[in-house]
Design a protein around this ligand. Structure first.
Ligand code: P6P
Length: 338
């Protein structure tokens, strides 16, 4: 038993990546090192969040507005800068693109073009910080392609199958890091006494069906009629229950654990939906498909969507295969009628 406990305690993020790839190739070593750096970023952010009420620079707004037109919270900036800092001098990532930056950030020194790009939402659901509810970070790793001399990062305007790795960090009662490099989905829990993320759940499989539907019903009258029909259907059916935390990573982690479906449909104000493709929907879709679930815009698989711009948005329907298919059936039935 002691040996098993020791072995578990030694299954850190970087070791697990190498085990998953059964290889010590240059790319395997790179991905292992990248995951380790993401783990460091997560630990720095988790530490700051845990002191939110006790120190300056955590709660509240900076007074600025980001490229999305959203008020910037102090934690947004801190977390964004943490990801940049942990990858500077790493020689691994040559470019970072995030919700908080209009243009991608290039790490010129010591990292030649042609390495990896990190796409990330540094703190997703940051409105929850001030009320001490869960928030998350979402990340996606792609190979940087082309010479990118104009700095437009046009190689990022490709579908989600180009992702090499994706994952999220859930800052909740415990801090969890969930990732996939295409060999299943694996969860690690931060052991503060070790300062390490330790493997806690390997090869996560999302149930084929779940009782949860997760959506902001406050937008009900802004949706297409087909979505309203779906909601009326689940209201009438026995066995469905609504859960919505208003922070994407926590709502998605619930789906991974219990099954069901999360929806952020297009609305009258935001026909394309609110969530960003490259660093929210696509990484989560990569994970969900790896865990046996699905992710769709309602008419197209998320992983097939080719964005026209870095901050492109898409509607998102994601979760258990059967539950995503049920939502799509309402959308496609409506499409036939209209
Ligand atoms: P609404 C948080 O602002 C976020 O980007 C996601 O984390 C979350 O799923 C969504 O927006 C919540 O949006 O419109 O329901 O408040």
């Amino acid at each position: 038993v002691q040996e098993q406990a020791l072995d578990r305690d030694c299954t850190t993020l970087s070791r697990h990546v190498l085990q998953q790839l059964h290889s010590f190739s240059a790319e395997a070593q790179d991905l292992s090192a990248i995951m380790n750096r993401i783990g460091l970023a997560a630990k720095l952010i988790a530490r700051r969040l845990s002191r939110a009420g006790l120190m300056e620079g955590v709660l509240g707004f900076t007074g600025d507005v980001n490229v999305q037109g959203e008020s910037v919270k102090k934690m947004d900036i801190y977390a964004n800068d943490v990801f940049i800092s942990v990858f500077k001098q790493s020689g691994l990532v040559c470019r970072l693109a995030s919700e908080e930056m209009d243009k991608p950030y290039y790490i010129p020194e010591n990292c030649p073009i042609g390495r990896y790009t990190l796409l990330y939402d540094p703190i997703d659901g940051s409105s929850n910080v001030d009320i001490n509810l869960n928030v998350g970070s979402i990340f996606s790793i792609r190979q940087q392609e082309g010479d990118d001399l104009n700095g437009e990062a046009s190689d990022l305007l490709q579908d989600g199958h180009k992702q090499l790795a994706a994952g999220y960090v859930l800052y909740g009662p415990s801090t969890m890091l969930v990732y996939s490099i295409g060999t299943g989905v694996h969860a690690f829990t931060l052991d503060p006494s070790l300062g390490e993320f330790i493997l806690s759940n390997e090869n996560i499989r999302v149930p084929e069906h779940g009782s949860i539907y997760s959506v902001n019903e406050g937008n009900f009258w802004q949706w297409d009629e087909s979505l309203r029909e779906y909601i009326r259907y689940v209201h009438r059916q026995e066995g469905y229950t609504a859960r919505y935390g208003g922070a994407l990573v926590g709502d998605i982690h619930r789906i991974f654990t219990q099954g069901g479906v999360f929806l952020y449909p297009g609305t009258v104000k935001k026909p394309e939906g609110k969530l960003r493709l490259l660093y929210e929907s696509a990484p989560l879709a990569f994970l969900m498909e790896q865990a046996g679930g699905r992710a769709s815009t309602g008419t197209q698989d998320i992983l097939d969507v080719v964005p026209e711009k870095i901050h492109a948005r898409t509607p998102l329907i994601i979760g258990s295969k059967e539950d995503v298919a049920l939502v799509e059936s309402f959308i496609q039935k409506q499409a036939k009628v209209s």
